[in-house]
Design a protein around this ligand. Structure first.
Ligand SMILES: Cc1cc2nc3c(=O)[nH]c(=O)nc-3n(C[C@H](O)[C@H](O)[C@H](O)COP(=O)(O)OP(=O)(O)OC[C@H]3O[C@@H](n4cnc5c(N)ncnc54)[C@H](O)[C@@H]3O)c2cc1C
Length: 368
């Protein structure tokens, strides 16, 4: 049985980035396991979907490309685009893996994880592995969260192929943050009349400067164009129930009114943490997200770390690459020190502005 110092599960940006930081720890024996292919989530994105965060080669002046997972790389440089599609970004990730010769085992779905004396035993169709430290980087894309309302089963998740299929007549989208506005614009441009319902009105501009709480500029531009067609309405109310209504569907709203849809309503109500086989090894915060210590480690299973968009510290959300990448080198250092290895090369990550170990500086609002 293979026995490792560290194992990373998932070869998306969080897993590959963490792998790159682990690679900078001297003499650490580690690997990455991926159930599909490198960048599988991005290969599964709808063809026309692009990043919201722009890529730009600012690396030379310390402004590392927002979508890069290592400071010596830039999707803008390698791909020649500023808003990569999913397949382009997967190609960037493959390039990074090849350049740095990262040890990745693909087609290796982790099906169960159990605690053992000094670490974890991990099962996959490729056989069991034991590891002293484990980093869960399985992403959230496979864990769409349906609305908690009666009739939720009548809705299609915004990330599903069904939600993208052509729809005529009246379309209702539940949830008005990035995915909701994206799918609404998609159907408006194809000629449908769309109503987006969300009581928290994420489309309002006055929600601070953190893109985890307000729409990205690219989405605002698309929203403006869709509104100009006259076929998009934004409703400041929550959906309370979905029912069949003759040949269509009725969506009840918190303001007492009802909307009629000619196709199944689309649920853009976010994602859960997607913890799969390690869900039992994390305690839950009151808001349902995994409880982490200051080192992004499970509070009930020391040695198990979380990387990626499901990380929460206080009110901070890490749901963009440029946010969660700030923790790759921190986690690698903690893992390296546990294994008694030299972690000094990780200081290069700090010098490049890709290591934040004091999170108190992250909540700053832009002045103008
Ligand atoms: C529609 C959409 C648009 C987005 N746009 C942006 C954007 O513009 N900019 C940005 O920064 N972020 C964006 N995000 C967020 C983006 O998804 C995340 O930043 C990124 O995908 C998360 O990276 P990750 O590595 O954590 O997860 P993923 O990219 O999902 O990678 C997880 C990997 O783990 C593998 N895996 C899962 N379970 C197992 C298992 N049991 N065994 C083995 N392997 C497993 C999966 O196959 C997958 O390859 C967007 C997200 C969505 C849904």
């Amino acid at each position: 049985m293979t026995s490792l110092d560290a194992l990373v599960v998932g070869a998306g940006p969080a897993g590959i980035g963490t792998g790159l930081a682990l690679d900078a720890v001297d003499d650490l024996y580690f690997g990455i396991m991926e159930r599909g292919r490198i960048g599988q989530t991005f290969l599964d994105w709808p063809e026309e979907q692009t990043f919201l965060t722009p890529s730009f080669t600012g690396n030379g002046f310390g402004a590392t490309d927002l979508n890069a997972v290592h400071f010596e790389t830039s999707p803008a440089f390698g791909l020649g685009v500023d808003y990569p599609t999913g397949s382009q970004y997967a190609s960037y990730l493959r390039g990074v893996v090849g350049h740095f010769s990262l040890p990745i085992l693909d087609g290796a779905e982790v099906t169960s994880v159990t605690r053992i004396d000094d670490g974890f035993r991990v099962e996959s169709p490729r056989g069991p592995v034991t590891t002293r430290s484990l980093v869960w980087a399985g992403g959230e894309f496979s864990d769409p969260r349906p609305p908690k309302i009666a009739g939720a089963a009548f809705s299609d998740p915004a990330g599903s192929p069904a939600a993208r299929e052509p729809r005529s007549g009246r379309v209702v989208v539940i949830g008005g943050y990035e995915s909701g506005i994206d799918i609404a614009c998609h159907h408006v441009l194809a000629g449908a009349s769309v109503t987006v319902v969300d009581g928290s009105t994420p489309w309002d501009a006055g929600r601070g400067s953190d893109p985890s709480f307000r729409l990205a500029p690219r989405s605002r531009i698309r929203l403006k164009e869709a509104l100009a067609t006259g076929r998009l309405a934004l409703e400041a109310a929550n959906a309370t129930a979905i029912k069949r209504d003759g040949s269509g569907w009725a969506v009840g709203l918190s303001n007492g009114t009802k909307l009629r849809a000619d196709s199944r309503p689309i649920a853009a109500t976010g994602y859960g943490p997607g913890l799969g086989p390690v869900a039992h090894l994390f305690a839950e915060r009151p808001d349902g997200w995994p409880e982490l210590d200051d080192d992004d480690q499970s509070t009930i299973a020391p040695g198990l770390f979380l990387a990626g968009p499901a990380m929460r510290h206080g009110g901070l959300k890490f749901c963009f690459v440029y946010k969660f990448r700030q923790r790759f080198a921190h986690v690698a250092r903690v893992i390296g020190e546990r294994a008694g290895k030299d972690t000094s090369k990780l200081e290069a990550w700090r010098d490049a502005g890709m290591l934040t170990d004091d999170l108190s500086c992250c909540g700053v609002e832009c002045a103008c």
